[in-house]
Structures are given as structure tokens and as C-alpha cells.
Design a protein around this ligand. Structure first.
Ligand SMILES: Cc1cc2nc3c(=O)[nH]c(=O)nc-3n(C[C@H](O)[C@H](O)[C@H](O)COP(=O)(O)OP(=O)(O)OC[C@H]3O[C@@H](n4cnc5c(N)ncnc54)[C@H](O)[C@@H]3O)c2cc1C
Length: 475
């Protein structure tokens, strides 16, 4: 480690390298159930430093794990075999702004909401807003293909990446893609790096498409005693050729959690649907009128809508608070991100929600379900006493059943959060014919397997996610 440290000092300066135990401890966590520490943390400040670090690591076969804000939910940025954590947050500059050409060029460490604050005076924005918008980095979003509530209308990060500068494991810099909003020139390699979770190289610059900010927004909330009725409403909105900017669902467990932790008074029904339209005022008003008609067909106990920014914020408050509120629902039970991001064809959402509640009863677990029902993406938070080994066994069984059902319905393990380590045991279940091809690509680009090893089931398939837990578990 001493030799490694002095080589790194020479590249980024002493102040940007640390092996301090307290700092390494902080870097041993992300927002997942796992914990695993690096041997050293390096904070490069420029694209010139990154190839030198990576070339050195490749020569010495030292693992390199890029890290943005560390908010990913499946252990993505945790160094599974030690090595170097490459903290990219110093590279947080806006390099160029070209709204007339619909793109910006940014460093990977810029925070999502910082970028949008800078774009706002131009009347533009980068739409795929995740729940972690105020902290997560654009580099992290590109590396997991993140998205959020607006994906139904605006798509995911991949739809906005025009080009990338990437440092390959051998230290070579490649420029992929272009500065144009479409491109049919050969393999679209920049798309391969989107969602690669730091396993193929380090992203050092991003050319990102931007969109005009909508001039008018209106939000509605509809409450249903019957979850099926909420599900039918969603299908009816889609079949009715409506294209909301957001279409969200929350079940009773999630409503109770936010009511308790935020002191909200949302109706504690079985299905709460949030609908948002944006665009030109007249079109939005017309869309909201049609949406209300559709919602009322299933007899909601409440339907309310507003274009007032403060009232709209109130309608969203519960939905936005679900993730942090879940752990406060039941004393001693912790909300875990285990089966929290599956996606199914939109019409299968009610079936999947019902299946999840059956599994919860069978395994004596509390599972709260919410998500972006408009694009088929569901977040199921599994609550249990994380100190009990038996509870982990039941959680593992529940997740096996849930993922099997999700794939059976024609779905995928992840709609936006990615695979990391937690979901790696299930990769073979989904990618029966293509996992081998992913492994061939990984070996071709990273023959020494230095880039974020242990993730995505590329170099090994973990038998379970119940390992390297951040919680002390009683035997
Ligand atoms: C409260 C909360 C809400 C969330 N809501 C959402 C949501 O709505 N939608 C969603 O998609 N996600 C959500 N997430 C998950 C997470 O915030 C996103 O996936 C986010 O994009 C991760 O960004 P980050 O900067 O934290 O990346 P990190 O967690 O630091 O890293 C994520 C992955 O990207 C890789 N990486 C980071 N930077 C680079 C780089 N420069 N080059 C190569 N690889 C790199 C890392 O190696 C790792 O594999 C949420 C998380 C929390 C805690």
C-alpha cells in the first residue's frame, strides 16, 4: 500500500489521497444493505489524472471502483475486493453549454440539481429526475441509467447521453458518440457504457441532451379503497392515449409510513394514484379534465388536482417521502432495498402488487410497494428486524419468489437503480442467453478485471445477497 500511495501522491497530490481509517470507514457504505471498505481513496481533479491512476492500477492489478455520491442502493460503489475508490466528485464542472444545439458538456461529478439550477435561466432542463436529485451525480446516473418519476414521458438517462469520454482499464481515453441529437454511425458504444456500473471504464466527460422546461404543470391525486380499481385507472389512462409527465402509485403500507413520519393526513386507502401533466396551459388543462373523467369511473374516495406550486408540492410530499419514511413505520424494523426496483409491462402492475402482498404474508414480512406505475416500475421495500438471521432467510426467500414472478410476467430485475451486488444473484434468471455475451465484452475491455469487480454477476455469481451486511446480525 505504501508504494501505491506514493505513486498516487505523484499523480493527484497528497491532499487528494487518503488511507485514514475514519475516511475509509465512510467510503465503506452506500445506500445499500452492504458494507465493504477500500484500501485507499483517490480524488482526481482532472481528466488527465484519471488515465495515469487507472494505468498504474492495471499494471499492479489493483481494483478501481469509481464513485459519485454513493447513493446507489445495491452496493454498486462499494469495493468488493478492496483497492482504490475513485471519488469523482471534484470533476463537477459544466464544460460547455449549447442549449441552441440541445446539449451540455459536463464533468461526471456534477450533482443533478446543480446542473438543472444552471440550466433553468436558459429555460432548459435534464429531465430524468431521481429521488436522490439533490445529491446524486450525473456520472453515477449515467453509470446506472438512472431515471425517476418523469420517465413515462421523458425517458431515462440513456435517452439523453449523446457522447462520453471514457478512460478504459488500460488507460486509453476513448471519445464515444457525438454532439448531435441523433447518430447512425456505427456501433453506439456510448450506450454500452450507460448502465455499465463502473465495470468497463471511468467516465470523465458527458455530452448530455437537454429539453425545454414546460411552461405549465398540473398535479392530481386520486384515492381508491380497492387496489384493483387503482390498477384499472392506470390502464384506462394509458389506453385513453394520455401521456402524463408522471403516473405514480402508493399502497397502504407506504401511505401509513409517510402519515406517521411526516404527520401528513393522506387517506389510508389501498391505492393512491398521483398524475401530473406538463406542457402548454390549454393542453394540460384539457388533459387533466380527461384524466379526471377516467379516474372518476372507478369511484375514488378522493380526487383533487392543482396547478398551484405550493399545493402541488403538498400533493407530492407523501410520495417523495416514502423511501426515508419506511424505516419509521414499525419500531425495530428496517426498510431494505432488496426487491425494490423491478419493472413489468404496465398492465401487469396490479398482478405484481397482489403477488408481493401474498409473499409478504407467507414470509411474515412487511412489504411496502410504490413506484412509477405509468412505466411499469415498482419499488417494494422489505421491512424486518435486520439483526435476526431468521428474518434474513425469509427476506431472501421472498425476493427469490418476487423476482421469479416479475421475470415470469415479462419484466426485468431493475427499471432504474441497477444491479450492483444485491441483485447479482438473480442476473442469470433474467439474462439466460445474454449474460455470457456481457461477460465476453467485460473480458475484452477489462482482461485484468480491475474495474469494479464482483458486480453485475460478470466475474462471479453470488449465491445470496445476505453477505457483507452493514448490520450486526445475531446468530
Ligand atoms: C433516497 C434515494 C432515492 C433514490 N431515488 C432514485 C430514483 O428515483 N431513481 C433512480 O434511478 N435511482 C434512485 N436512487 C439511487 C441512486 O441515487 C441513483 O442510482 C444515482 O444515479 C446514483 O448516483 P451516485 O452519484 O450516488 O452514484 P454512486 O452510488 O456513487 O455510483 C453508482 C454506480 O456508478 C458508478 N460510477 C459513478 N461515477 C462513475 C464514473 N464517473 N464513471 C464510471 N462509473 C461511475 C459506480 O462505480 C457505481 O457502480 C435513489 C437513492 C436514494 C438514496
Amino acid at each position: 500500500m505504501e508504494g501505491c500511495k506514493s505513486a498516487l501522491f505523484g499523480i493527484v497530490g497528497r491532499e487528494n489521497v487518503t488511507t485514514d481509517k475514519a475516511e475509509l470507514f465512510c467510503y465503506s457504505f452506500d445506500a445499500s444493505i452492504h458494507s465493504s471498505a477500500p484500501d485507499v481513496v483517490v480524488r482526481p481533479g482532472s481528466a488527465e489524472e484519471v488515465p495515469r491512476i487507472v494505468r498504474y492500477a492495471n499494471k499492479k492489478k489493483i481494483p478501481v471502483v469509481p464513485r459519485g455520491a454513493g447513493t446507489a442502493l445495491c452496493g454498486h460503489s462499494l469495493p468488493w475486493n478492496g483497492g482504490i475508490t475513485l471519488d469523482m466528485t471534484r470533476m463537477s464542472h459544466i464544460v460547455e453549454t449549447h442549449v441552441e444545439d440541445l446539449y451540455v458538456v459536463v464533468g461526471p461529478g456534477i450533482v443533478y440539481s446543480t446542473l438543472n439550477a444552471a440550466l433553468k435561466p436558459f429555460g432548459f432542463f435534464f429531465p430524468p429526475e431521481p429521488g436522490s436529485a439533490d445529491v446524486c451525480t450525473i456520472g453515477g446516473m449515467v453509470a446506472v441509467n438512472a431515471s425517476g418519476t418523469k420517465a413515462i414521458k421523458y425517458g431515462a438517462t440513456r435517452d439523453y447521453v449523446l457522447g462520453l469520454e471514457v478512460v478504459l482499464p488500460n488507460g486509453r481515453i476513448v471519445q464515444t458518440g457525438s454532439r448531435t441529437i441523433k447518430n447512425s454511425s456505427g456501433y453506439q458504444l456510448h450506450r454500452l457504457f450507460v448502465g455499465s456500473e463502473g465495470t468497463l471504464g471511468v467516465i470523465t466527460e458527458i455530452k448530455l441532451k437537454v429539453a425545454p422546461l414546460p411552461s405549465y404543470v398540473s398535479t392530481a391525486l386520486a384515492a381508491y379503497e380497492d387496489l384493483e380499481a387503482a390498477g384499472r385507472t392506470i390502464s384506462n389512462l394509458i389506453k385513453g392515449r394520455m401521456l402524463p409527465a408522471a403516473l405514480e402509485i402508493m399502497d397502504k403500507t407506504c401511505i401509513q409510513a409517510v402519515n406517521k413520519s411526516m404527520r401528513l393526513d393522506l387517506p389510508e386507502v389501498n391505492g393512491l394514484v398521483i398524475i401530473e401533466f406538463d406542457g402548454h396551459r390549454d393542453t394540460v388543462k384539457d388533459d387533466m379534465r380527461r384524466a379526471e373523467e377516467i379516474c372518476r369511473k372507478e369511484n375514488p374516495t378522493l380526487f383533487t388536482s392543482s396547478d398551484d406550486p405550493v399545493e402541488r408540492e403538498r400533493l407530492w410530499a407523501g410520495r417523495k417521502a416514502v423511501l426515508p419514511s419506511m424505516s419509521r413505520l414499525k419500531g425495530g424494523q428496517v426498510s431494505t432495498s432488496l426487491a425494490d426496483d423491478m419493472i413489468v409491462p404496465i398492465s401487469k402492475i396490479p398482478q405484481l402488487i397482489h403477488f408481493i402482498s401474498r409473499v409478504a404474508r407467507k414470509q411474515r414480512l412487511v412489504i411496502g410497494t410504490y413506484g412509477h406505475c405509468g412505466d411499469g416500475n415498482l419499488h417494494a421495500k422489505v421491512l424486518f428486524n435486520v439483526r435476526k438471521r431468521d428474518a434474513w432467510k425469509r427476506a431472501w426467500k421472498a425476493c427469490q419468489d418476487i423476482y421469479k414472478a416479475c421475470i415470469g410476467l415479462g419484466g426485468s430485475l431493475s427499471g432504474e437503480h441497477g444491479i450492483g451486488f444485491t441483485r447479482a444473484p438473480f442476473m442469470g434468471m433474467e439474462h439466460k442467453t445474454e449474460l455470457d455475451l456481457m461477460r465476453v465484452i467485460k473480458r475484452a475491455i477489462d482482461p485484468n478485471n480491475i474495474m469494479n469487480p464482483g458486480k453485475l454477476s460478470l466475474d462471479f455469481t453470488p449465491k445470496t445477497f445476505v453477505t457483507r451486511l452493514r448490520y450486526p446480525v445475531e446468530s
